[in-house]
Ligand binder design. Sequence first.
Ligand SMILES: [Zn+2]
Length: 52
Amino acid sequence: MPRQDKPFKCNECGMAFSDEYSLYVHMAERHGLEMPRKGRKLARAFLRMIHM
Ligand SMILES: [Zn+2]
């Protein structure tokens, strides 16, 4: 079974990311797409994680 380090792929440019949150940030910053509700939820969890 091939190991996938970056399973989250951008539909716009094909760039791949290892986590969902990075993909949402990329989409928002590079393509001007609004972060989905799920992304905001992930962002909160992510911020909690880095502030620990
Ligand atoms: Zn992209």
